[in-house]
Design a protein around this ligand. Structure first.
Ligand SMILES: [Zn+2]
Ligand SMILES: [Zn+2]
Length: 476
């Protein structure tokens, strides 16, 4: 359990363009304090603490999350409803109440320690919003995806929320500008047609209104002049204000915050609240990543290139076959990744022919975290040597991992990095996971050929690829 306290979140601050690292439980506290709900009932605060922890676990790379695009961080300070204000802002907001609020919030976080919301054993993306106004929303109405735990539920709990209903006045100018709409300008001899309000104006040739429909009445121009006390039947009109009536606040997905608070005051506990708003979920304790098994839960497919009698692999100066080196390195890498906790599938375990489409199918049935194809290069100029990695265009994950692998490989003076290259190879294209083709060395360079034959060197290669993978998943 102690280990949990050492879990850190890498945060990218979008406003200041910098990254910081904070203990996970502190981040939960700070996000909770950034929300304006410190007056909520304790059970509602606990539900929020669990929601925020779930969100973090889902994002954090150490748990297998995707993080964010900035500097391999886990979250930014502004991700939808998950806003992380600075400590100064938080202190300023609560002012002299700060210590009290912090104590309350800390309690909510500590008393739900390790708890997250899961579905099929994975952390869900727990959305929340201020006030649903009567019913939450189905995910596909707001986004594109049907998410099983984000289903519409009726909510009668948020009627007392300050956001339950609201009249907002807006000038016509603002209203039209925001919607990028234009309407005809009004003059004494013309006015915009506003169906159902003012319409069907009949004017004479000088612009005087003879008759006009206003609402459900048809009036003579002169009647309007008398009743409104205006100067002339030559009149136009234009709207100057809109009153807009809304109910609820926010996107409507997941938990209704004010509804959750009401439920808590009615005696429901955090579990009942969470289960009410998230359909079919389970609340579970997080599995802390094991330091001895940093690749626990990772699935990797290793693909030793070529193989079989009629293999068209590269042949070295000394007669070394590429297919044999690929298999030998592949098998060593498999063992090393397994020792680090990964689940590894290899596309061939012996010198046999496996078609490229079969290799792609093996991977696509499993959908691993990474597909690593192992190859050796060749070139007519025997001076050329070094490692290079091919990836498919736009595969950012592979690009990052490839850079890390080359960095590790070239840390030993014997290996030169030739960089990451984009290619349209069959496997890079057809494998639906992040895929790398690692060209470990040039078999046509005699020195490199000899090294590649050396079991010790093969082990080092595997070790460096494994270390790069650990680093990929655990930014340090
Ligand atoms: Zn509600
Ligand atoms: Zn090859």
């Amino acid at each position: 359990m102690e280990k949990n306290n050492s879990l850190k979140v890498q945060i990218y601050n979008i406003d200041e363009n910098n990254r910081t690292e904070k203990f996970m439980e502190d981040v939960i506290e700070e996000i909770l304090m950034s929300l304006d709900i410190s007056f909520f009932h304790m059970e509602a605060l606990k539900a929020h603490a669990i929601i925020i922890r779930t969100y973090l676990v889902r994002k954090m790379r150490i748990f297998g999350g995707m993080g964010v695009e900035y500097e391999r961080c886990d979250i930014t300070n502004r991700e939808g409803e998950y806003v992380l204000k600075s400590l100064e802002e938080i202190k300023f907001k609560y002012n002299e109440e700060y210590d009290n609020v912090k104590e309350t919030i800390s309690y909510a976080v500590k008393s739900t320690k390790n708890k997250i919301i899961t579905m099929n054993n994975n952390p869900i993306y727990p959305r929340f919003h201020e006030t649903c106004g009567g019913a939450t929303e189905n995910s596909e109405i707001v986004g594109n995806h049907r998410i099983m735990y984000l289903r519409k539920v009726l909510c009668e709990y948020c009627t007392e929320s300050p956001y339950y209903e609201e009249w907002r006045e807006m000038s016509t100018g603002e209203f039209l500008e925001k919607l990028q709409i234009s309407i005809d300008k009004s003059t004494p001899t013309s006015g915009p047609h506003m169906e159902g309000i003012i319409y069907d104006a009949k004017r004479d040739e000088t612009g005087r209104i003879k008759s006009i429909k206003i609402g459900d009445k048809e009036l003579k121009g002169i009647e309007v002049v008398e009743k409104l006390g205006i100067n002339s039947t030559r009149f136009g009109w234009q709207p100057i204000k809109f009153k807009i009536y809304t109910r609820g606040k926010g996107h409507g997905l997941g938990l209704c915050q004010y509804g959750a608070n009401k439920m808590a005051t009615l005696g429901k506990n955090y579990e009942e609240i969470i289960k009410y708003y998230f359909t079919g979920i389970k609340i579970k304790d997080i599995e802390i990543p094991n330091e001895e098994k940093p690749l626990h839960n990772r699935v990797i497919v290793i693909d030793p290139g070529h193989g079989g009698e009629s293999s068209e692999d590269n042949v070295g100066i000394l007669g070394t076959r590429e297919k044999d080196i690929n298999l030998s390195i592949g098998m060593k890498l498999k063992k090393q990744l397994e020792q680090l906790g990964a689940k590894v599938i290899i596309t061939r375990e012996k010198d046999e022919y496996v078609s490229l489409s079969r290799r792609a199918n093996i991977s696509n049935e499993i959908m691993p975290d990474f597909f690593l194809s192992i190859h050796q290069n060749s070139f007519r100029n025997s001076n050329v040597c070094g490692s290079e990695i091919y990836i498919y265009r736009g595969d950012e994950e592979s690009a990052t991992l490839a850079e890390l692998i080359l960095k590790k490989l070239s840390a030993s003076k014997e290996v030169v990095s030739r960089g990451v290259k984009i290619a349209d190879f069959f496997l890079l294209r057809e494998v639906r996971s992040s895929a790398l083709q690692i060209e470990v060395g040039f078999i046509t360079n005699e020195e490199e050929e000899k090294r590649l034959l050396n079991e010790e060197f093969q082990n080092t290669i595997g070790m460096n690829i494994s270390r790069a993978m650990v680093e990929y998943y655990n930014y340090n």
